[in-house]
Design a protein around this ligand. Sequence first.
Ligand code: GTP
Length: 367
Amino acid sequence: MTEHSSPGRGDLEAILLVGGKGTRLRPLTLGVPKPLLPTAGVPFLAHQLARARAHGVRRIVFATSYRASMFAEAFGDGSAFGLDLHYMTEETPLGTGGAIRNAADALTCGPDSPVLILNGDTLSGHDIGAQVERHVTRGAAVTLHLTEVDDPSRFGCVPIDDDGRVTAFLEKTPNPVTNLINAGCYVFTRSVIDTIPAGEVVSVERETFPGLIEAGERVLGYADRSYWLDVGTPEAFVQGSRDLVLGRLSSPALPGVPGEALAMPGARISPEAKVMGGTAVGAGAVVESGATVSGSVVGDGAVIRAGAVVSDSVVGPGARVEAGAVVRDAVIGDRAVIGPGNELRAGARVWPDVHLPECAIRFSADT
Ligand code: GTP
């Protein structure tokens, strides 16, 4: 990773937005907020925190709401991570802008200082230091990280002019004018945060950014083509874990060396099982002889029985996939049991504690 020198390196403060309910990731997020889901062996946020630290961030304010207390339980005061962590909670969610405004009360920097804002559900390999430096040297109000995607129609798009200024924030459309989209990492000048109304529900994407552009404020884009992923859906979440395990995105928080599989302490993988494609196997989980597990997240204490096949899926903590069952592109909730002979495919989601009896779900009579 490139270490970039930027003004005030080491003094940079950040706000981490982690108050969302993560509805698209249900049932995984029923008990655990999205940013704390185990990803390549550690809570998702551990990867983000380690990358932010590598770029000179030391003090981070968590903007929490949904299951707020779980964040402090996981990360405490941050000293174990070389960080100084603080928590600001919204009684009712204030949206991305309202959350930033609320969390800013815990910042210590002056009005002219840059403040880094991170969405708690993106994995990014971009050079945060270079983004901050662009913001400071160009005297911007806000500098947004933008990423180029093949199909921008699924996202709002963010066109920039030749000078790198953001010209509009456009809603989803079948004919996007640019491939650049908002990548969910912003640098705000502190005084600009103070202009967001306090105690109100505000969206930065729908209100703050368009308002700043309309007012003629300098809103810049920092566009690049580094690794980027929004882990908001089950498919993307599994991909994020897989990419970290395989080393497609390097993370100082990966608890091991990159490779085909990552086994956490106490995991028992039979030598006759095939575990590959960036699979993470949680602490105390078991993969029996003849099972094949690829590109998946297997939770702590989960069991994959003999001959079962699991691919591109999440098997929640304590869940069981019984002998010969097939699970592809699916989510198995915590402690659920997939009985022998079942076949689950794309998009299937099994709720926690559900027991699927033998051969309850098949895709054709002869398979
Ligand atoms: P979905 O419900 O699946 O869309 O996920 P989400 O709730 O996380 O929403 P979204 O992906 O749009 O949120 C982007 C980031 O902002 C995530 O890191 C959220 O945790 C965070 N976020 C969204 N709304 C709020 C809020 O009202 N308060 C706080 N503190 N954070 C929020």
